[in-house]
Design a protein around this ligand. Structure first.
Ligand code: MG
Length: 296
């Protein structure tokens, strides 16, 4: 299932399941069937309620609890408690970063971790803020986002995938000229720098998360095109490594790193500017589209 957080004309956010051409209003369907299911995506994650929602949709769904997909507005799935980013997790990106930025040429021996604050999260179609007082080097990074389900503390790699609820897309927006003292907080943590969505694909629907195509377009032009098979540290290793020292809680997100093709690595370098539109796509999840706007 692809779970979404959507609204229609009345503006209230609702839990939905995106199907081919429509979105099922889960709360409306549950009410009709006197079933009890969580009414937000985050609660589905926290209560590990994938099966309950799936059971609700197993019988034919009446049309009056659905909306045509093109008539709903999708929002960020929810605001995660924390977002752990993984830097330099694709070989070619390590190489382009060493050429263009000040990072090391050698492949990292352990995952390179950083955090993005929850205040950076925006949803589909929401604006990425371009503040010309703060950056002239705004960049994109299409990433597979892992949504944690069950609490993970000191979890071995062999059991790590049991703690994954599902997968989404995160665009790790980065102001390359705001890396301070080597740290990425202000470079990657500013408001709107974590577009997240368009929904969360449950883990049962992604049996092999290391074989997903990733791509990113700016104004319709392809800038990144790769596969999650090229991750240096795979998801089980990342969860084991992070949870060795930091408890991962339901709803937390791991942004698993970006492949080559970022603006900093291009020759000449290319950056995002007001008026641009960025589309980050991960196979079997969807496309996360965001415009860039001037906020000076
Ligand atoms: Mg990144």
């Amino acid at each position: 299932m692809l779970l979404v957080n959507f609204s229609t004309d009345n503006g209230r956010h609702r839990l939905g399941v995106r199907r081919d051409s429509d979105v099922v209003d889960v709360a409306a369907l549950a009410a009709e069937r006197s079933a009890r299911v969580p009414d937000t995506l985050l609660e589905v994650v926290r209560q590990d309620a994938t099966a309950a929602v799936a059971a609700l949709l197993a019988d034919p769904v009446p049309e009056h609890v659905t909306h045509p997909a093109d008539r709903v507005v999708l929002h960020a799935p929810y605001r995660p408690g924390k977002i752990i980013g993984v830097g330099l997790n694709y070989t070619e990106h390590v190489a382009e970063s060493a050429r263009a930025l000040d990072t090391a040429q050698e492949l990292p021996q352990r995952p390179v971790l950083f955090a993005k604050p929850a205040t950076a999260v925006i949803g589909p179609e929401e604006a990425i803020e371009h503040n010309g007082h703060l950056t002239q080097q705004l960049d994109w990074e299409c990433e597979l986002a892992v949504v944690i389900g069950r609490t993970a503390k000191r979890v071995p790699a062999e059991r790590a995938l049991e703690h994954v609820f599902g997968y989404s897309v995160l665009n790790d927006i980065s102001a390359r000229d705001q890396r301070r003292g080597g740290l990425w907080l202000y470079s990657k943590g500013q408001d709107t720098y974590a577009p997240f969505g368009p929904g969360v694909r449950t883990a049962d629907a992604i049996p092999e998360p290391h074989a997903l195509e990733l791509s990113l377009k700016v104004n319709g032009e392809v800038r990144q095109k790769s596969s999650t098979r090229y991750m240096l540290f795979r998801i089980p290793e990342l969860i084991a490594d992070i949870s060795a020292g930091i408890t991962l809680e339901p709803g937390d997100v791991i942004a698993t790193g970006t492949p080559a093709g970022v603006g900093a690595g291009m020759s000449p370098q290319r950056w995002l500017w007001p008026g641009d539109v960025v589309e980050a796509t991960v196979q079997h999840i969807g496309t996360l589209r965001n415009p860039v706007v001037d906020v000076r």
